[in-house]
Design a protein around this ligand. Structure first.
Ligand code: AHR
Length: 504
């Protein structure tokens, strides 16, 4: 048995958490859109062809923001293909994912769907094959009330009220050589700055996300980020980061330590932001939008077989359909904890993606919708992780992993929910021994445990499936108690926990 101690002090906070760190992403890729959110023939579908069973699951996640329409897809996307009568919309080759896109879902369908699930739309413009002109026209189409060619076309296409989209991404992963229209940092930086300037001439209150490096392993990281911010600093509000996590060697200790690397990545980009700010003598602030992250490797073999092109051009094939296990619950919990711990600089984070494609929600065509294992840590964090992040002091036994030494067995984040309740999200990264923890509550009066939720399975590879969707689900934890203003709990090997404490 191991022991860890934590101190939470009522007066020591990291920052107010921006609830958009519990955001998501949906791309025209595989079955994310078609047979994911949109399936006109599905028995639950509404008059717009949107699946009500999926809407219900997304609402339950309480997703504050959703990035769309890509991803790699956006870098060759003509947004005008997705407006007007559906039978007149063109079918195009999607070169990014080697599929056919029939454009039956476009900006109208998706923006209206966002309203129905109560999520803010984060819209990406194509800076790969297109540029400033397409971006400014899309902005006018979406946001201008009436009386111009683009706004009147939107009205003619059935939407009177502008969507008033406030959050825009200036392209996607432009540092990656797989990206259509891939650019050098200077080329992209200039294009992003010019596009940002034009978009802000229309409305200076919109918020813009510029592409940072799409991974800390990129050979151009962090130089890319410096150069891009030197071009765009005062014009943008966020710089994007992306990370995907893999465990092909089946080494749980190394895998669960990867958020240590994520925090280094965030800290480096925070340093880049500070450097450029200082260099420019700017008083403007730029924050981080971690707008793609998730576990992604389970489906690689299957997807690669398709992506080599040998299966021809198909509409909405099954691609990137990772089936997540219990180990991934722990990983997603650790990553979300990192975002809470870095809530001073990370203001947006989007799990990639939302439905069917590396996603917490899965659907069967013409059948059921169900929750993957990773649905739960996301849903619970979105529900209980709002408020102020607590600056915890933690002392935990640790282990050495590939990404670094002294990785604490206890990964913990604390949130003052500001309604008299504090919530702790904790993971025991030790697979051999249980972990006893105590949390000293300084300045919190009359603490009372009002909830202990846990996720655990003796089989780290246990999965949920359409026919057995409740193998890995949250259950009520036992044994947590308060003694002399301290929380005591005992965590099984490899387990995920939420402890909620009422105080006054
Ligand atoms: O989310 C899947 C893909 O991963 C996205 O299209 C791309 O931006 C990233 O490489």
């Amino acid at each position: 048995m191991k022991k860890a101690s934590v101190i939470a002090n009522k007066n020591y906070h990291i920052a107010s958490i921006d609830s958009r760190i519990y955001g998501s992403f949906l791309e025209h890729l595989g079955r994310a859109v078609y047979t994911g959110i949109y399936e006109p023939d599905h028995p639950t579908s509404d008059e717009n062809g949107m699946r009500q069973d999926v809407i219900d699951l997304v609402r339950e996640l309480d997703t504050p923001v959703c990035r769309y329409p890509g991803g790699n897809f956006v870098s060759a996307y003509n947004w005008e293909d997705g407006i007007g009568p559906k039978d007149k919309r063109p079918t195009r080759l999607d070169l990014a994912w080697h599929t056919l896109e029939n454009n039956h879902v476009g900006i109208h369908e998706f923006a209206n769907w966002c309203e129905s699930v109560n999520t803010e739309l984060m819209l990406a413009v194509n800076l790969g094959s297109r540029g400033l002109d397409a971006a400014r026209n899309l902005l006018e189409y979406c946001n201008h009330p009436e009386g111009t060619a683009w706004s009147d076309l939107r009205i003619a296409n059935g939407r009177k009220k502008p969507w008033d989209i406030k959050l825009w991404c200036l392209g996607n992963e432009m540092d990656g050589n797989w990206q259509i229209g891939h650019k050098t940092a200077d080329e992209y930086g200039r294009l992003a700055a010019n596009t940002a300037r034009a978009m802000k001439l229309y409305d200076k209150t919109i918020e813009l996300v510029v592409c940072g490096s799409c991974g800390s392993e990129m050979s151009t990281f962090p130089e890319w980020d410096v150069t891009v911010l030197e071009h765009t600093y005062d014009l943008v509000n966020y710089i994007s980061l992306h990370s995907y996590f893999r465990n092909p060697e089946k080494h749980t200790g190394n895998f669960l330590a990867l958020n240590h690397r994520v925090e280094e990545y965030i800290d480096t980009v925070a340093g880049v932001i500070a450097y450029v700010k200082e260099k420019k003598g700017s008083d403007h602030d730029v924050y981080i939008s971690f707008d793609e992250w998730n576990v992604w490797y389970h489906s690689n073999e299957e997807s690669n077989r398709f992506l080599d092109g040998s299966q021809g051009w198909v509409h909405a094939p099954s691609l990137l359909e990772d089936i997540y296990n219990f180990e991934d619950v722990l990983q997603v919990g650790c990553i979300l904890n990192s975002f809470i711990r870095r809530s001073n600089i990370v203001k947006i984070a989007c799990i990639a993606q939302l439905v069917n494609v590396i996603a917490p929600i899965m659907t069967e065509k013409a059948g059921k919708a169900w929750r993957q294992t990773i649905y739960y840590p996301l849903q619970l964090a979105s529900k209980y992780g709002r408020g102020k992040a607590l600056q915890l002091k933690t002392s935990s036994p640790s282990y050495n992993a590939k990404v670094g030494d002294n990785i604490p067995f206890l990964d913990i984040a604390g949130v003052d929910n500001e309604d008299g309740v504090i919530t702790f999200f904790a993971i025991n990264r030790n697979g051999k021994e249980k972990l006893d923890i105590d949390i000293s509550l300084e300045g919190f009066k009359n603490p009372k445990i009002i909830g202990h939720t846990t996720i655990h399975n003796d089989d780290i590879e246990a999965v949920n499936t359409v026919n057995d969707p409740e193998k890995v689900i949250p259950i009520k934890g036992t044994g947590a108690k308060i003694e002399s203003e301290k929380v005591y709990a005992s965590f099984k090997p490899y387990s995920y926990h939420i402890l909620r404490v009422e105080t006054n």
